[in-house]
Design a protein around this ligand. Sequence first.
Ligand code: CTP
Ligand code: CA
Length: 228
Amino acid sequence: TLVSDRPQDLAGTHVVVSAGGTREPLDPVRFLGNRSSGRQGVALARTAHARGARVTLVAANIDVPVPSGVDVVHAETGAELRDAVRAAAKDADVVVMAAAVADFRPRTSAESKIKKQADGAPTVLELVETVDILAELGAQRLRPGQVVVGFAAETGDQAGSVLEHGRAKARRKGADLLVVNAVGDGRGFGTDVNDVTILDGAGTVVGEASGSKSEVADAVWDAVLARR
Ligand code: CTP
Ligand code: CA
């Protein structure tokens, strides 16, 4: 049977895609999380598979179905995601960090449920920084020639525009490509459309896409192929 009528331009490549959002436990019932649905990462995995790649999807709490034909590894926290991505990336040609990874986690996770204090005094959460998985992959390739791709959800602010923040991040991360996504005002999260600019590691625009998350995914794979 016909698997795909798409050009098999990713045949012979192993791609690793992280998707979703990490959850950092506070106690047995609570976590610090984020609103990432996993749609963009899942679209990347589905599209890569349709174009002939072997795909490993590292899924953190995604709320959309996993595409068929894709190998899935589940991860809950940033630490689990890091271990799973690095294990899969050892023999990957491309690694795409589409997951929203918590920048901070609670310093400790309580063994039993945290209770309100009788006097109504506030509980202060102590947070520690997590490992930047993308920056680590960007600083030292796990395999020679591996293409490392990051995503950045940005809003413009007084310090700069969406693109200026994206450029600075591209240079900082050491990735080969950074997909910059304007968020806020209903754009980006939990929706089916997306609007992105693709930068190289120097911050130069190498691609643009707007439309469905599948169209964005195809533009990302086109930019990856242009580097190989
Ligand atoms: N990322 C990561 N590990 C982290 C934080 C982020 O691998 N601990 C990755 C994301 O998967 C994404 C990229 O880094 O591909 C950019 O994430 P983003 O949150 O935009 O960048 P930060 O460097 O965390 O900067 P900030 O949140 O301050 O804008
Ligand atoms: Ca962040």
